[in-house]
Design a protein around this ligand. Sequence first.
Ligand code: FMN
Ligand code: EPS
Length: 397
Amino acid sequence: MIRYFTAGESHGPALSAIVEGVPAGVALTEADINDQLARRQQGYGRGGRMKIETDRAEVLSGVRFGKTIGSPVAMLIRNRDWENWTTPMAQFEDHAAEVQKITIPRPGHADLTGFIKYGFDDIRPVIDRSSARETASRVAAGSLAKAFLRQLGIQIGSYISAIGPAAEAAAPASLQALLDAGAESLAAEADKSQVRMLDAEAEAAAIAAIDQAKTDGDTLGGIVELYITGVPMGLGSYVQHDRRLDSMLTAAIMSIQAIKGVEIGPAFDNARKPGSQVHDELFAGGEKGLRRETNRAGGIEGSMSSGQPIHIRAAMKPISSLVSPLRSFDLATLEAVQSRFERSDTCAVPAAGVVAEAVVAPVIANALLEKIGGDHMSEIAERLEAYREELRMRFGG
Ligand SMILES: Cc1cc2nc3c(=O)[nH]c(=O)nc-3n(C[C@H](O)[C@H](O)[C@H](O)COP(=O)(O)O)c2cc1C
Ligand SMILES: C=C(O[C@@H]1CC(C(=O)O)=C[C@@H](OP(=O)(O)O)[C@H]1O)C(=O)O
């Protein structure tokens, strides 16, 4: 079972991750990790920090001769910005007297509640750990599970269907072909766009909306579309609440900073339709084998993978650090004041898509390992192939 922890402050010396339980024998290159980190840094509307950082993971353990060895993988991602923060974020020297305390919380961020919960007199430590800078560690961790899954024919990819107030773009005509080629083809296509959109008109509208938000000192959210292809039938289970694949996947995505809604397939649209227009009819036999000809369930039935692409949609709220201030108050004096601005992205929805890909990878990897077991790659690949073959023998395809 893959488990991981992250550590690191946004303006501390480095971020880190320890990933435990990656099977042995997973082929791994530095690019498998660093390309994902670079993708996470992209996106129109990101702030000044992304010009400072060029995230790269230093792998400290768990890999030998380009393959995992089953032991924990420790990774370090240095913060280039640290050199500008050695005084306000000093670990052992006490600079409290020289560093101005931050006492005005931003509405919508973790500032107010974190300050009170942890008993601080300065919001800085809240800002530094609640920051989505932490998602660089999660993307590094997820890239290991992604590599493991890729080598078993399971791919994860995402694109963005909405940014800001413009109507959500309908799924493009090319979507099915991209999914047939594997969800990483979908992601590669999305990565060609600065906003990771597949529709040229929607892309132009999103860029214009981000420019307008920037001019207005405002921020934007949007919608991530995530797909996982090649998932065999039967991962997860209906028998116990904590084994439900949909609940594990949505919890992982909901754990991403600023994600406030998650649905499997078009769940909210389905809720307004009769069952006859929602449920995917079942077919078997012939060259196509076991199948459904629609995928309105988003690839999950009975909390188990159905064998179809898993489709998850996630809503990201607008960034909460606004140049044009909102009303707040000073925690030191309780005086009503305007919120203060902290360097920030205007929109980070494209990056959130990359993070979503990373956080679901260990969930799928663990559900697969639970189903077929195995400690090393060839054992796992053999067992998965035997399972797929058994289904083909029984149902065709
Ligand atoms: C990739 C990414 C980048 C983000 N960048 C910013 C940012 O620059 N400024 C900001 O205020 N919030 C940013 N956020 C969102 C905050 O981290 C988040 O709103 C905050 O931690 C409070 O948590 P919550 O929104 O989940 O309640 C970003 C989120 C993600 C996923
Ligand atoms: C640093 C990253 O994102 C940060 C997420 C973030 C927040 O509040 O979540 C606030 C900003 O931090 P800073 O004040 O250092 O510019 C973003 O840049 C990153 O994604 O690597």
